[in-house]
Design a protein around this ligand. Structure first.
Ligand SMILES: Cc1cc2nc3c(=O)[nH]c(=O)nc-3n(C[C@H](O)[C@H](O)[C@H](O)COP(=O)(O)OP(=O)(O)OC[C@H]3O[C@@H](n4cnc5c(N)ncnc54)[C@H](O)[C@@H]3O)c2cc1C
Length: 419
């Protein structure tokens, strides 16, 4: 093998791919990160970091810039109409950081890209993994460099063409290539639905109204609605669409679409926002100003039928999709990135055998069975508010935490985990 060959190829430069690459680079490994897009995410999708993620960022020396750009959330509250029906204090978990840090996903990605550059790892944007071969001589992966140059169009109108192809021979591949993962399909894995799909009308706007340090969940006629306060007086509101407001209905959907990362999302008329606020968040009496984001997003719950095998392993959205409420895909994804990178690093350095990766698999399976409400171990107790009983299996995905922290937060609602 040439000295310049990467030991690990990371496919996908979302937060999960970037964090796994950084963990490997910090351990002295040669890592190559590719992404078929031409730049990091242009908008904030996943918008908050759990306390546990803040500790991971502290380990990598990135906490200060993250905290400087973020707003702190210390509580989660549940509302029905005008009434607050329950509250959860995030500061009751046993951590150094007992709050959730709200910041734009693109800001986080920029911080990670810069930290990688400081270690001499430059992300190869516009590079797509297109072919894969695993022979007794090792992996052989074709990467195409995509270009719009020479077409004479502006970026919006250009077509991508393959400007150059090259082959790399890494020892491992991390598939952090999102929910349409190519690495997952190379593994031959399925990505079945494992729970209820929810569609949300999502809006971001500015308001002078004080939303405090709470993420609020509004229960209204069987629908789930939420608001996250964001920095600079903005907030993100997500209203679940009930059956009679189906995504194809004309009432809330106009003909416009917005393209994000190769996927088209329908835009929602601004007037629908006021209707939603009146019906689902009657406690909110603030002004609505500068609606900067309004679209309709479907959130499926899916879990890959494999976590990985041999030299190919998955992390982040490539492995799972869940409800956006608890921001778990990205936050648990960051932990997966770190754990997978450390397992690979230990194998590469001869400190561990392949069982390190098998442990990663077992941990992922156990954790996602819990988060997706599939293990039947989350139970209501005598002290659970009856309004939460039908939600017991969904509540784990609705709180901004995972692992023991999540068990603690569920306990505040009188919900327990059985052995
Ligand atoms: C519109 C929208 C709204 C969302 N809202 C929320 C929310 O409110 N809360 C929440 O928790 N989460 C939300 N998410 C999900 C959240 O963005 C992800 O969980 C988060 O980005 C972590 O993802 P990741 O790094 O695993 O993958 P991604 O961020 O999806 O990154 C995967 C990367 O892989 C690249 N890639 C794919 N295939 C290839 C290939 N063959 N070769 C090279 N590169 C490739 C893609 O270009 C992409 O950049 C939202 C997502 C979208 C799209």
């Amino acid at each position: 093998m040439f000295r310049s060959e990467p030991e690990v190829l990371v496919v996908g430069a979302g937060p999960v791919g970037l964090f796994s690459a950084l963990t490997l680079a910090r351990r002295g490994h040669r890592v190559r990160v590719i992404d078929k897009e031409w730049r990091p995410a242009a908008h904030s999708y996943a918008l908050a970091l759990h306390g546990q993620s803040l500790e991971l960022l502290e380990e990598t020396g990135l906490l200060a810039p993250v905290l400087a750009a973020s707003r702190r959330i210390r509580r989660v509250s549940f509302h029905e109409g005008d009434t607050r029906i329950a509250g959860i204090d995030l500061n009751r978990v046993h951590r150094d950081y007992t709050f959730v840090s709200v910041l734009r996903q693109d800001v986080l990605e920029r911080i990670l890209v810069e930290a990688l550059a400081d270690r001499g790892v430059k992300v190869w944007w516009n590079h797509e993994m297109t072919q894969f071969e695993d022979s007794p001589d090792g992996l052989e992966i074709t990467i195409d460099k995509l270009s719009r140059e020479g077409l004479g169009y502006s970026v919006q109108h250009g077509e991508w063409v393959v400007a150059k192809s090259r082959t790399v021979r890494p020892q491992f591949v991390i598939g952090a290539d999102g929910h349409r993962s190519r690495v997952r399909s190379i593994l031959g894995a399925g990505f079945p639905e494992v729970g209820r799909t929810r569609s949300f009308a999502v809006f971001e706007f500015r308001t002078e109204a004080e939303l405090g340090d709470e993420m609020r969940i509004m229960l209204a006629d069987g629908s789930l609605n939420l608001v996250w306060p964001l920095p600079d007086h903005y907030s993100r509101w997500s209203f679940e669409l009930t059956d009679d407001e189906a995504p194809t209905g004309s009432r809330i959907k106009d003909r416009s679409e917005v393209q994000l990362g190769g996927v088209e999302y329908p835009l929602i008329e601004e007037s629908a926002l006021l209707e939603f606020l009146r019906a689902r968040a009657p406690w909110f009496r603030g002004e609505v100003d500068d609606v900067r984001w309004r679209l309709l997003v479907r959130f499926e719950r899916r879990l890959s039928t494999t976590v990985g095998e041999g030299k190919l392993w998955l992390a982040g959205d490539a492995l799972h999709m869940t409800s956006p409420v608890g921001i778990q895909s990205m936050n648990v994804g960051l932990r997966e990135a770190r754990d997978l990178a450390i397992a690979m690093s230990d194998v590469l350095d001869g400190h561990a055998d392949h069982s390190a990766l098998e442990r990663y698999r077992a941990d992922r399976e156990t954790e996602w069975d819990f988060l997706l409400g599939m293990d039947d171990r989350t139970r209501a107790t005598a002290s659970t508010d009856p309004r939460f009983v039908p939600l017991v299996n969904e509540l784990p995905s609705m709180l901004p935490a995972s692992g023991a922290d999540l068990v603690q937060l569920l306990g505040q609602l009188g919900i327990e985990r059985t052995a």
